[in-house]
Ligand binder design. Structure first.
Ligand code: TNX
Length: 756
């Protein structure tokens, strides 16, 4: 019996994978395409309970997509029907979102035990029907058996830094539904705005929802406007959004930030701070020092707020924030220090843990659970809390090992406020570089976990922080197409080795987005480039490619805009002198990509051997030591690529120039971006040597000097017979209080050591 079953199962699987040519996202677990077709036409009937939301939703969606107005009937003998079939009795072995679709020439049958499954099936079906106004649509006969792998398939939206209308929030929920997400994490409060009406505390929105200015440009520029900005959701609007999401089987998880990211609330009610204020609603992004003070009155205040929040949101989890809470006010607050003594708390981290545990008790007593950012692990996790792991996956791993539920959302793969293409062609973003392929490669269940521990991984979500995202169109741009990739990861059918297959389906979805007037990034069409050392030195090799096809790239070397008449790229370019390469990908004579533009500075150290005493970290290791001599200077304005990053450690690089020569000048580029935890070094020293045995110090620069020249350090010299150049760059150390990431290791970012 077992072996027969296995045989059929394998057979089914093989067919499923070999015939999987339909552009479905997420790809179903199993699909078998058969001979024959089903015709969808105006005579087609939807057979379902007439008051079924799912049936009405399908009817409306088909009408919007095709213009066909199908009737809903409870039973029919007609020739062409879509049957929504609920299994009776409900099969307890079917998960809530499991469904089958079976298409034969006369019937399209959707089977599910629960409405969630029927709804997921409808999303699949809608992807099978083109967006076109026609009389008849031909669908292939097939069988789909499908269900998701993860139960938390989330998208987050920060409505605090920028406010988004109810209409757009509903649209956002529609986007989640299209790609089978089931959780909407609604970030409703932060330093820069309180966005949810709380009846007992009207000043939260009268005062806390409005700020008298915002940052302009990137945080690093420290520029502000003085425009009043704000908005909030009334409780009726919240109910409307929750109901809208509920119909679409999407759980809305509200986030009410505490104890940090609380300045908007404190501007309205300064009595719940340590100092008493006054405060103004934050204009600056990042992390602000003033936080809730763990006084009895504060707990009462927060509990009253949570009571109203819990009444509005039926979700099992309430997100209480917990991230980035500076401890400086607590350190200087007699009440806090006293409380730490009476509660026998060893440090302020334990005070934070005490804070969260009290809130947890309250939320648990109301029959709900808390979830918080991974900082809630510090000082001890509250007994029933779930953890949202954002500073990498380590927090999530630690929590799962302690048998706590986890939602993965690491900055490396799930931060959709990061760049997804060449920053030169992208709107201003927070930083980072998370292209769609990277998202697609994500595995929410880390290998470090045993099978037992892995059960605590509920799933994952992408976060859309909106410091730099002001408009709905821009939100769309940041989530599409990356959320398609995440959708398949969470559904459990992604296969990073078959990224090309995914990309092919994704590009077909671009035309759906076009027809629905949804904005999206075309970064995948970009000409991407790789730079490699040129054997023998004196220049570099520059490789251009597209995700599409190896042919079709035209380029120029003289700064001119490439046309389809420009030089045709066929092999890596030898870059032997300083110049600018511009490239565009053309398809049938039409430009499909933005310009990829690269300036090269070729100098004495280009492509020379570099040895590094410490290795770079995280996402900023690409190219290793070669990155420092690849002829490309890291871009100071947008720093997704071309920088080597060292988390907490020093950069000590020795360059072998290959032979003895005269040196007139050395230069290095360093980056400062405190909002991204990147700091100028404490000091930097340039050295030279004839033979590697003895190094002569040329010059040392202090932090002040580095700041003065904004990290671009040049030293003129007149040294003969030099074969080795060494640069020692001392990491800033620990991020100071009051800055984003306080207490964590600072990053040191360096690029291009030029020797002339
Ligand atoms: C960190 S992720 C934050 C947010 C910022 C975000 C920007 C997290 C728990 N806190 O407050 O908006 O970085 O990427």
């Amino acid at each position: 019996m077992t072996s027969k079953f296995t045989f059929f199962f394998l057979l089914f699987f093989n067919i499923a994978f070999s015939q999987n040519s339909l552009p479905l996202i997420p790809q179903p677990k199993t699909m078998q395409i058969k001979d024959g077709n089903f015709s969808l036409k105006k005579e087609t009937l939807i057979v379902a309970d007439e008051d079924s939301f799912e049936a009405q939703y399908l009817q409306k969606a088909i009408q919007q997509q095709t213009g066909l107005q199908l009737k809903i009937v409870t039973a029919s003998k007609a020739d062409s029907k879509i049957i929504l079939k609920q299994m009776h009795p409900i099969d307890p072995y079917w998960s809530k979102e499991r469904y089958n679709i079976s298409i034969s020439p006369k019937e399209l049958i959707i089977t599910a035990s629960f409405n969630q499954g029927a709804f997921a099936a409808i999303q699949t079906l809608l992807q099978l029907i083109p967006l076109d106004k026609k009389e008849t649509f031909v669908l292939p006969c097939l069988n789909i058996h499908d269900e998701p792998k993860y139960t938390w398939r989330g998208m987050h939206l920060d409505c605090a830094r920028h406010f988004f209308s109810v209409d757009f929030v509903k649209k956002y929920i529609d986007y989640l539904a299209m790609y089978k997400f089931n959780t909407f994490h609604w970030h409703l409060t932060d330093d820069q705005g309180w966005r949810i009406e709380i009846k007992q505390y009207p000043k939260l929105t009268e005062v806390g929802a409005w700020r008298n200015g915002s940052m302009i440009g990137h945080y690093n520029e420290q520029r502000y406007d003085d425009k009043r900005y704000g908005g909030f959701y009334t409780q009726d609007q919240i109910k409307e959004v929750v109901a809208y999401a509920q119909q679409r089987h999407i759980t809305v998880v509200p986030e009410i930030e505490m104890p940090g990211h609380a300045v908007a609330a404190l501007a309205a009610y300064p009595q719940y701070s340590c100092t008493g204020g006054p405060f103004e609603v934050g204009k600056q992004w990042g992390v602000l020092d003033d936080v809730f003070c763990p006084k009895e009155e504060t707990f009462t205040f927060l509990e009253n707020i949570l009571t109203e929040v819990i009444a509005l949101f039926p979700s099992q989890y309430i997100h209480i924030g917990g991230d980035e809470c500076p401890k400086i006010r607590w350190k200087n607050c007699p009440h806090c220090q006293n409380l730490m003594k009476t509660e026998r708390l060893n440090d302020e981290h334990e005070l934070q843990s005490y804070f969260i545990q009290r809130i947890e008790k309250f939320v648990n007593a109301k029959g709900r659970k808390i979830i918080g950012w991974d900082e809630i692990l510090e000082g001890g996790l509250a007994p029933n809390a779930a953890v949202m792991s954002w500073r990498g996956t380590e927090g999530g791993i630690a929590a799962a090992k302690q048998k706590h539920y986890v939602v993965m959302s690491p900055g490396s793969h799930c931060y959709f406020d990061h760049y997804q293409g060449d920053p030169k062609n992208e709107p201003l973003a927070f930083g980072g570089y998370t292209p769609v392929e990277k998202v697609y490669s994500f595995n929410p269940t880390p290998k470090e976990l045993s099978t037992e521990e892995a059960k605590y991984i509920l799933g994952a979500q992408a976060n859309v922080w909106t410091e730099y995202i002001e408009t709905p169109k821009h939100v769309e741009y940041m989530i599409f197409p990356r959320m398609m990739a995440l959708s398949e990861v969470l559904w459990g059918t992604s296969n990073p080795e078959k990224y090309a297959d995914f990309q092919n389906r994704m590009i077909q979805h671009f035309s759906i987005l076009d027809k629905k007037a949804i904005n999206y990034s075309r970064a995948i069409f970009e000409v991407t480039a790789e730079v490699m050392p040129k054997p023998g030195g004196k220049g570099v090799l520059y490789l251009l490619k597209t995700n599409q096809s190896p042919i079709g790239i035209n380029y120029t070397t003289d700064g001119a805009q490439p046309t389809n008449q420009s030089k045709v790229y066929s092999q890596p370019l030898e870059i032997a002198k300083s110049q600018t390469i511009k490239a565009i990908y053309f398809e049938k004579g039409t430009a499909k990509s933005n310009i990829t533009e690269q300036q090269f500075h070729i100098h004495k150290a280009t492509s020379c051997l570099v040895s590094l005493q410490n290795q770079p970290n995280g996402n900023y290791t690409k190219g290793g030591g070669f990155t420092l001599v690849d002829g490309i200077k890291g871009d100071k304005a947008k720093f997704g690529q071309h920088w080597l990053g060292f988390s907490g450690t020093d950069l000590i690089a020795t360059i072998d120039l290959g032979n003895k020569q005269k040196i007139n000048r050395m230069e290095i580029g360093l980056l400062s971006s405190p909002s991204s935890w990147i700091y100028f070094p404490k000091k930097i020293t340039f050295w030279v040597s004839e033979d590697l045995m003895k190094f002569e110090e040329v010059k040392t620069f202090s932090l002040e000097e580095i700041q003065k020249c904004n990290g671009q350090i040049t030293v003129d010299c007149d040294k003969k017979n030099i074969q080795f150049v060494k640069v020692t760059v001392e990491n800033f150390g620990t991020i100071p209080d009051g800055q984003p990431g306080a207490g964590n290791k600072a990053w040191l970012f360096a690029d291009e050591i030029t020797v002339e």
